[in-house]
Design a binder for this molecule. Structure first.
Ligand code: PEP
Ligand code: MG
Length: 910
């Protein structure tokens, strides 16, 4: 066993003459590792290094540090030796030192979620050697203080005492700046930097009780295991939870030669995107800083400069900086280092063409030599995703199937959210302007701390800058506002990934965390005050700004057209009102797959009649109450038929347990007693009678229609009469009447009898007729098992996977919130089965139901109307099961259309 484990390769080298991996090895090398290998293969200059596999991380989680170190030791030492030979320097050497960086890199990128250590290999002796070797004492000490700061927090766990405080290292830096009367880190002298190193080491000792390690190898192993550990931090786990990334993937560790952007004025570092990650516009863009290291650009401490001249001009306009000031203080890389810019521009083009997608890359210029440190498919907003896919198709970079597969259907949701009404915007008061970091419209109440985002229903997380700890709060907040940081700051990148509106770097705003206030435009704003953010312009408004519904237009409409080219299933909607039906049609719904009639009874004027019906003691009294409901239902159905203009409409008979409709408050019970001329006691005792131990499994669904046939009669009458009424207006509709919660064939045939007899009666009365279908929901396991028998009678099946999931798992839909989150957190379940269809279990029943149903009736129409009908993975499953349609809520219709088309494309590619 031991020898076998040793045989497995855990370390892959890149950057030199020999590159072990390639771009296809993401599961093993992580995204960053695989792409570093790939870049090195295609001739992009990457600093040499090696990747420790994701498998090693999983082994580490199982076997622990000691065993893993033993298993890794030989390979790591030999890989470091390889780098030393290539770089002609030595790790830990006093005269000619090699410094390393240690970075995480999971299979899919989790920006900022895991740890990084830079400048590793320094101690009091090596720093002196580095100063001599580079002839740059300032650089050497600057790197050293950065190393202690980063290693101190990442590996040794130094952190602020409480949330209002700054990081202790930053506190020391700020105090020294104040003492010295300087603003920028770059203004520190060598003596200052030496002081910082001294103070930092003391902070480490004081907070952790341990001295800062001086042995470079101890530092390296510390760094490697810290990266492994960072896979399991709370924030990383939360990120995986919201992005549905499995916990057992593990992260790779990339150990790489350090190249330095902080070696003086001919050195720089930056982050670049091959296209605009916020809007999708095809312009190369990004930010850089002279004489800095990577974290300076994202941390937002210094104002980063733009890479291109165009970007710089646009930025200056937003920041209201004059052209002279821009050129003098914030010139673009294109203007400042034109040759290096040209080289970078070449590489970005090459990388995008090679990876055939928008790239997000990091680079460093060390004394005039350009290095690319990483590339990955860039995170983008929903709008950018759609635009980039369509543009890339038009440019011939990808074909139309690939363009369609580039869409993450769930991200389309962002494009379906309300936007600011331009008329209202004109009347609103701008209090500050920042960078349009992530588009969208957000109106909410100010909170200053991430863990307080849930204080208000709509909150705007307002911070000087955000950090990975803020992730959960950022996810909860409506929008994010920061006063520092550029388009590549943590806030901007994370917000874009989440599709959340973000305005970053609104520098004119001052925040006082201790007092919980912000000052903008000469006014004080307190926690809880309303502000609005426009993520498309970077404007911050005072108060609430009204929003309007978005439209399906431009590239979004192009994606829909592309979907129509490949889609095989139909997409219907679940809609209970004409308004919902119209919205769904505007998004391309091809019919209604579920109208829940009970929702119509909850409206104020109807609930009374409904309650009288429920509390009725005799059939006569019940019929009397139902006759009041009839005209209301009929007009509802007419409205829906009209809105759908002849497209198929499935209407389901009453489904929920009756006690949901009765009043539970004394005042309303009294009112009801008066209205019905019965005693309060009688009302109370009837309500008590309706109480059930297990309502989800009680007197509901077709059990109602079978015990109170007059309900089915009334509803059928309303449906058929409405169809006849709209027929007179020229709208021909074929209603599909659906019986809920059927488990035995007789439950269905009894209801069918009532429906057909009632329809016959109405046709006779009206001397006219319409076609209609009678079908059933399959939402009880028994129905799926006897589907062959049910299909002898039912004209269609619609899978109610909400109830089918409930009954298959035996998890109550109403109570699962108590244990499902824990199950998911613990990995007992990978996903919430009420959200993503459980193909392994519930899916078998769906499969059996369809197979048996179609054995009896080969052309049986089959659809799904549970929540899963709008969830992309479940939609793909429905396609594979050869369903005729999926039905989902109106706003999920475009998502389901794309998911269904993607399933068809994937099938055609297999
Ligand atoms: C279902 O059970 O999947 C369904 C659509 O019905 P409801 O959610 O109304 O029970
Ligand atoms: Mg149901």
């Amino acid at each position: 066993m031991e020898t076998l484990e040793k045989v497995r390769t855990r370390v892959y080298k890149f950057g030199g003459k020999k590159t072990d991996g390639d771009g296809s090895m993401k599961p093993l090398l992580g995204g960053k590792g695989a792409n570093l290998a790939e870049m090195s293969r295609i001739g992009i200059p990457v600093p040499p290094g090696f990747t420790i596999t994701t498998e090693a991380c999983t082994e580490y989680n199982e076997l622990g540090r000691k065993t893993l170190k033993e298993l890794l030791k030989d390979e790591v030492e030999s890989a470091v030796l390889g780098i030393e030979q290539m770089m002609k320097s030595k790790f830990g050497d006093v005269e000619n030192p090699l410094l390393l960086s240690v970075r995480s890199g999971a299979r899919v990128s989790m920006p900022g979620m895991m740890d990084t250590v830079l400048n590793l290999g320094l101690n009091d002796e090596v720093v002196a050697g580095l100063a001599l070797k580079t002839n740059n004492e300032r650089f050497a000490w600057d790197s050293y203080r950065r190393f202690i700061q980063m290693y101190g927090s990442v590996v040794m766990g130094v952190k602020p005492h409480n949330k209002e405080d700054l990081d202790p290292f930053e506190e020391i830096i700020d105090a020294l700046k104040e003492k010295r009367g300087i603003d920028l880190d770059t203004d520190f002298t060598v003596a200052d930097l030496k002081d910082l190193v001294y103070d930092f080491k003391n902070v480490v000792l004081k907070q952790t009780g341990k001295p800062f390690p001086t042995d470079p190898w101890e530092q390296l192993w510390g760094g490697i295991f810290a990266v492994f550990n960072s896979w399991n931090t709370e924030r990383a786990r939360y990120y995986r939870l919201i992005n549905k990334i499995p916990n057992d993937w593990g992260t790779a560790v990339n150990v790489q030669t350090m190249v330095f952007g902080n070696m003086g004025l001919s050195s720089a570092t930056g982050v670049a995107f091959t296209r605009d990650a916020a809007t999708g516009e095809n312009v190369f863009n990004g930010e850089y800083l002279i004489n800095a290291q990577g974290e300076d650009v994202v941390a937002g401490v210094r104002t980063p400069q733009q890479i291109t001249k165009l970007g710089s001009e646009r930025w200056a306009k937003l920041a209201t900086i004059s052209e002279e000031d821009r050129v003098e203080k914030y010139p673009s890389l294109q203007e400042l280092m034109p040759e290096l810019y040209d080289e970078l521009n070449e590489y970005q083009k090459k990388l995008e063409t090679h990876f055939k997608d928008m790239q997000d890359l990091e680079f460093t210029i060390q004394e005039g030599k350009l290095w690319i440190l990483q590339t990955r498919n860039g995170k983008r907003t929903g709008a950018a995703m759609v635009k980039i896919a369509i543009d890339s198709l038009k440019e011939g970079l990808i074909d139309d199937k690939t363009a369609l597969l580039r869409i993450d259907p769930n991200k389309l949701d962002e494009l379906l959210h309300p936007i600011f009404d331009t008329k209202s915007l004109k009347k609103s008061h701008v209090i500050a302007q920042g960078l349009p970091a992530s588009p969208g419209a957000a109106t909410g109440q100010i909170v200053f701390f991430a863990d307080e985002a849930k204080k208000y229903k709509n909150s705007i997380l307002t911070r000087i800058e955000t950090s990975p700890e803020d992730l959960e709060g950022m996810n909860i907040a409506r929008g994010i506002l920061t006063t520092r940081g550029g388009m590549t700051s943590h806030a901007a990148v994370v917000a874009r990934g989440m599709g959340k509106c973000c305005v970053s770097g609104a520098g004119s705003i001052q925040i006082d965390y201790k007092k919980r206030i912000m000052r903008a435009n000469g006014k004080e704003f307190h926690e809880g005050d309303w502000i609005s953010l426009d993520g498309a312009t970077g404007n911050v408004y005072e108060g609430k700004v009204p929003t309007i519904e978005p439209e399906l237009s431009g590239e979004f409409a192009d994606i829909m057209k592309l979907s129509d080219k490949y889609i095989k299933m139909q997409v219907r909607t679940n809609a209970d009102t004409p308004k919902d039906a119209r919205v769904a049609r505007s998004f391309g719904a091809q019919g209604i797959g579920l109208t829940r009639t009970e929702h119509m009874f909850f409206e104020v004027d109807r609930i009374k009649a409904m309650r009288e019906m429920i509390l009725a003691d005799t059939v006569k009294a019940r019929k009397q109450a139902l006759s009041q409901l009839l005209p209301m239902q009929r007009s509802d159905f007419e409205g829906i038929f009209e809105a759908m203009e002849g497209l198929p409409v499935t209407i389901r008979l009453l489904d929920p347990p009756l006690h949901e409709f009765v009043p539970h408050q004394l005042v309303t019970q009294k009112e009801l007693a008066e209205d019905m001329h019965i005693s309060l006691e009688a009302v109370k005792s009837k309500i008590a009678e309706l109480e059930e131990f297990n309502p989800m499994m009680g007197h509901r669904g077709c059990r109602l229609g079978n015990t109170y046939p007059e309900i089915t009669e009334m509803q059928t009458r309303a449906i058929i009469e409405a169809a006849l009424d709209v027929k007179e207006k020229g709208i021909i509709t074929t209603p599909e009447i659906m019986v809920p919660l059927v488990g035995t064939v007789h439950e269905f045939t009894e209801q069918e009898k009532i429906i057909r007899n009632t329809a016959k009666q109405v046709f006779k009365e009206r001397n006219d007729s319409v076609d209609f279908l009678v079908g059933t929901m399959i939402e009880i396991p028994r129905a799926a098992l006897v589907a062959d028998k049910i299909a002898e009678h039912a004209e269609f099946f619609s899978f109610g996977t909400n109830d089918l999931t409930q009954t298959t798992y035996g998890y109550s839909r109403d109570d699962s919130g108590k244990f499902l989150p824990v199950y998911i957190e613990k990995g007992i379940l990978k996903e919430d089965p009420f959200e993503v269809l459980d193909q392994e279990g519930v899916g078998q029943l769906v499969n059996i139901g369809i197979e048996r149903g179609r054995k009896t009736k080969p052309k049986l129409k089959v659809g799904i109307c549970g929540e899963h009908g709008g969830e992309p993975k479940s939609v793909a499953f429905c396609h594979n099961q050869k369903m005729n349609y999926v039905s989902c809520s109106p706003y999920r219709v475009p998502i389901a259309r794309v998911a269904a088309a993607q399933a068809a494309v994937r099938e055609s590619l297999n």
